[in-house]
Design a protein. Structure first.
Length: 216
């Protein structure tokens, strides 16, 4: 029997308040505590949202979330690009392209192996595998497009999203932990200079001047 959530999916303002509040909490924790900066604010936000949805506080689907994906996320991409070093990206794009292609092939191979092993126990696995492959190679937009194109049942889409977020949270934690391992530090060196963490945190919260160019 379906049990509703404390906050309804059409309770727009309350859901927006929770999203903004928890995103702010995640950023503050990341900047003030070493353990949080190690995990990253993104993982804290993801785990917190998963907890709220699993404890039936917030819904798993809502028009508010659709607005985030349709407008907020596309707007954030050019905002990030404004701070990017295009010359550096151009120089490193060849190496990153090779790495991306290798990862994409690995994702497809893993999907085929997973389908062969699990097809007897998981329904609609062919569609789910295609959706997840598109998601891991091209992001959530591919996931949404493939789920619509393949006419995957809604309950399977919801279950796949929950499973995906759960595994990805652990996967991100693993990726974050790997560079800090002593054996990795000994064999792989970085060109990025380390700065004092406390001073960096203080500088983050200092007022920043807004110029006419920023407004433009």
């Amino acid at each position: 029997m379906y049990v509703g959530t404390v906050i309804a999916k059409d309770d727009t303002w309350l859901l927006w308040a929770i999203i903004i509040l928890w995103a702010t909490v995640s950023l503050v924790l990341e900047q003030r505590y070493r353990w949080a900066s190690t995990i990253s604010g993104a993982i804290i936000a993801l785990v917190g949202a998963m907890a709220l949805s699993n404890f039936k506080i917030i819904p798993t689907a809502s028009p508010v979330y659709d607005t985030v994906w349709d407008y907020v996320v596309p707007l954030s991409i050019p905002l990030l690009l404004f701070n990017s070093n295009i010359i550096k990206i151009w120089k490193e794009s060849r190496r990153l392209l090779v790495i991306f292609l290798i990862a994409s092939v690995g994702t497809m191979i893993g999907t085929v192996v997973g389908f062969i092993v699990l097809q007897q126990w998981i329904p609609y696995l062919a569609k789910i595998g295609a959706m997840m492959t598109g998601s891991y190679i091209g992001g959530g937009v591919n996931f949404a497009a493939l789920s619509a194109k393949l006419n995957t049942p809604e309950e399977m889409i919801s279950a796949t999203v929950v499973a995906d977020n759960s595994v990805m949270a652990l996967y991100f934690l693993l990726l974050i932990a790997i560079p800090a391992l002593p054996i990795i530090k000994r064999h792989y060196h970085t060109d990025y200079a380390t700065t004092d963490n406390e001073q960096e945190q203080q500088n983050y919260w200092q007022p920043k001047k807004i110029q006419l160019l920023d407004i433009a």
